[in-house]
Design a protein around this ligand. Structure first.
Ligand SMILES: Cc1ncc(COP(=O)(O)O)c(C=O)c1O
Length: 384
């Protein structure tokens, strides 16, 4: 296996075999990208959503791979994530990087310095952006976010036209597009329909007024699967790139391959008698004489504490129940009478074959997004 490793802030660069690793399959990422491409028309662009360190997969590596497939738009949460892509030369200079969080006034010079596209949601931010861009005599790229029902960020549809016009007429702002975000994209209901039509309506009024078309985008993974009419000029898939459907409604609609496999080492094995309790608060008691393996991953690596006594790991292909409380740095698993498991073996916590992050998420009472994003900076990413 040829492994290319990348170091993240806070990650150990010390020598020695790492005890916990997230193995990132580039082939699976490419496979998922192709599946997304199959669902859109040739003139619809794909923005690679690489926020939150590409949902835990390593933003630089994922962005480089996506750019090699023709992607030239990238979506991140904030200015620091955007700067990191530029600083690590993860994407070429002319690639567009959009931050979904609107800028604080103090961030605006950084948008100019690193050529990042700012999200504008109101006139105050527009005036601040205009004044910083004019002081630097440099145009600032912007996109307008229109809140059609997500209730998080964006101008209301009633105020969107005046905001778009103000951006358009500013000599210092370059309007690169307008977007909205769905609140429940995996439901084909009237609410989502209303969001899409409110967005289309205001964009078409603006395009009519400006006598030109702009890049309009709305579709996340859910909309890609459930609403082809929402794909517009660009789509913004995140979770599908990483190999999971957005929720259970979408199971089976598309064939995707998990990109990340989370592995940790067996670091200790012991035999315990019936009645022995394992881990904090003694929440598991051995029903008979058992072999217990200790695995080098805990909640500090992103393995949720709520998984305690609820899930399994795979060692040499054998499912082994996790027993007792998940601790900060280790979990314990019952390896029954299996005698071929050794210290140094890999345990697969979730991954490519069978037991994926969606299964782990179900056991933890959460969603695959959270399981993937939680994989912490202590875990070394290995790209294969
Ligand atoms: C604005 C925006 N667009 C696109 C996405 C990608 O969503 P998904 O991962 O469901 O495809 C997100 C993710 O939360 C987002 O916030």
């Amino acid at each position: 296996m040829t492994a290319d490793t990348t170091t993240f802030p806070g990650e150990s660069t010390l020598p020695g075999e790492h005890l916990t690793e997230a193995i990132i399959s580039s082939n699976n990422l490419v496979y998922n990208f192709r599946k997304i491409q199959e669902r859109i028309t040739d003139n619809c662009r794909i923005m690679g959503i690489v926020k939150a360190n590409a949902y835990g997969h390593g933003a630089s590596h994922v962005s480089k791979t996506l750019e090699s497939l023709g992607v030239s738009d990238f979506g991140v949460a904030n200015i620091q994530e955007a700067i990191r892509l530029r600083a690590e030369d993860a994407v070429s200079q002319n690639a567009a990087i959009l931050t979904f969080c609107p800028p604080l006034p103090t961030h605006l010079p950084l948008y100019l310095r690193y050529d990042i596209t700012a999200t504008i949601c109101d006139h105050d931010t527009l005036y601040a952006a205009e004044s910083v861009a004019s002081a630097h005599n440099t145009p600032l790229r912007v996109q307008v976010n229109i809140d059609t029902g997500m209730g998080r960020l964006g101008t209301s549809p009633e105020h969107a036209l005046s905001l778009l016009k103000a951006v358009e007429t500013s000599p210092y702002l370059r309007l690169e597009g307008a977007y909205t975000h769905f609140a429940q994209s995996t439901r084909q209901d009237d609410f989502t329909e209303g969001q899409l039509s409110a967005f289309r309506q205001v964009c078409s009024e603006f395009e009519h007024h400006a006598a030109k078309s702009i890049c309009k985008h709305a579709a996340n993974s859910g909309a890609l699967l459930f609403r082809t009419d929402a794909c517009l000029d660009m789509v913004r898939p995140g979770i599908m790139l990483y190999g999971y459907p957005p929720d259970e409604n979408a199971n089976g609609l598309v064939d995707l391959k998990p990109v990340m496999e989370l592995r940790a080492k067996v670091i200790f094995i012991k035999d315990v008698d019936a009645g022995t309790t394992i881990s904090y608060n003694r929440q598991w008691t051995a029903p008979s004489r058992r072999r217990i393996a200790t695995i080098s991953a805990g909640y500090a690596d992103g393995y949720h504490r709520s998984l305690s006594n609820h899930t399994k790991v795979f060692i040499r292909g054998t499912p082994c129940s996790q027993v007792g409380m998940v601790t900060m740095d280790q979990i314990m698993v019952d390896i029954g009478n299996k005698s071929d498991i050794r210290v140094g073996d890999d345990a697969v916590l979730f991954g490519w074959n069978g037991h994926g992050a969606a299964d782990t998420a179900k056991a933890a009472g959460t969603i695959s997004y959270e399981i993937l994003c939680a994989v912490s900076s202590r875990v070394r990413r290995v790209f294969v």
